[in-house]
Ligand binder design. Structure first.
Ligand code: OSB
Ligand code: MG
Length: 365
């Protein structure tokens, strides 16, 4: 495993804080015959989106996850997932990183595209953009215009109390009634803000993402009964059981699936399947990933019930230069799903990664 540092083209602000230079943990997993699989850990620099951080993930990987998997035989990546959840609480992003590397490794050694291995059927996935909180509505309108001109199929606006109604109103007026717009609060509101959130109903949003705290499933259900805009849950859905709870309680009508948040692709796919059974649409969220995490997300988003555009912007939206070749590019608002080559479908640029690496740790080789 290694940690790299990579500067975002521009800082990304959400209600809980700002991200500028990303610290990213990468895992390279090898089997006994020399096949390798790469994955990326989506934990942040500080515990603002979730309790995990780069440093807690590093610790968990080194102390508890590596010893459970290295040198052991596994039937398939699902059994890696099972091994990592048994009597081992928390640390889903750290676990996901190794579980996802196992999926990539199997795809590589079986010479099958990861998308196919997961059961994905789409050849292209629709791309949305997530716009960070700006200093004023005019700045956000300028970003939204630019995003539309670039062809994004959906525009998501990060909001927080005070940077919401006026901002959304300005963007809706500028883009017109047809533009697919969503908002994401990253837990910034409380039930006391219900009236304020009801005012968002006027803007015809596709969804309101994660208005309340992550463990507030009951309060999300109460809020959903009082607003017309469909609630989408992100932070709250930490695994398939929480998705069951959400559906039973009526806490929302759409699910944002991020494999890192739920402990890997096995759980992500289980949530996808469950939502499909209930005719609930899902979409693939993003965590400002490099091209490696993006490869996993694109493969996942090719499953049939990913019915809404994902936070799957092309490499150039985030980085001066990505760490995979070719970089991810967008055509007509879509990313092509690699389906013909085995593995992730992009080549990991080792030289570039070596240049960006600030620490490494290797085991069992
Ligand atoms: O809530 O979806 C989120 C980034 C960091 C933490 C949380 C979120 C996000 C994004 C980024 O919205 C979307 C992207 O990767 O393009
Ligand atoms: Mg979100």
């Amino acid at each position: 495993m290694r940690e790299i540092r990579l500067r975002l083209k521009e800082p990304f602000r959400i209600s809980s804080g700002v991200s500028d230079i990303r610290r990213v943990v990468l895992v390279e997993l090898a089997d006994g015959e020399g096949a390798v699989g790469w994955a990326e850990c989506v934990a942040g620099e500080v515990p603002q989106y979730s309790p995990e951080t780069v440093d807690t993930a590093w610790l968990a990987l080194r102390e508890w996850i590596a010893p459970r998997v290295l040198g052991r035989a596994f039937r398939d990546p699902v059994s890696v997932h099972e091994t990592l959840v048994r009597a081992f609480k928390g640390h889903p992003m750290a676990k996901a990183c190794v579980e996802m590397a196992a999926w990539a490794l199997v795809a590589e050694r079986e010479a099958i595209a990861l998308a196919r291995l997961l059961g994905g059927t789409r050849e292209r996935v629709e791309t949305g953009i997530s716009l960070g909180i700006q200093d004023d509505p005019a700045a956000l309108v300028a970003r939204a215009h630019a995003a539309r001109a670039e062809g994004y199929r959906r525009i998501k606006l990060k909001i927080q109390p005070g940077a919401d109604i006026e901002y959304v109103d300005a963007v809706r007026s500028a883009l017109g009634p047809e533009a697919a717009l969503t908002v994401d609060a990253n837990c910034a509101y409380t039930p006391a803000d219900t009236e304020r959130l009801q005012r968002l109903d006027a803007f015809g949003l596709v969804m309101l993402e994660q208005p309340l705290a992550e463990d507030d499933l009951l309060r999300h259900a109460a809020l959903q009964r009082q607003i017309a805009t469909p609630i989408c849950l992100d932070e709250s859905i930490t695994g398939p059981d929480r998705a069951v709870d959400m559906l039973a309680l009526g806490s929302g009508r759409i699910i944002n699936i991020k494999p890192g948040r739920v402990g890997g692709l096995t759980a992500a796919r289980a949530i996808h399947d469950l939502a499909a059974d209930h005719d609930v649409p899902v979409w693939c969220g993003g965590m400002l990933e490099t091209g490696i995490g993006r490869a996993h997300n694109v493969a996942l988003a090719s499953l049939p019930n990913f019915r809404l555009p994902g936070d799957l912007s092309p490499s150039a939206r985030y980085w001066e230069r990505d760490i995979v070749v070719p970089e991810w590019t967008m055509t007509d608002g879509e990313l092509a799903v690699p389906r013909d080559k085995g593995g992730l479908g992009v080549t990991v640029d080792r030289d570039r990664i070596d240049d960006l690496t600030v620490r490494t740790e290797a085991r069992g080789r």
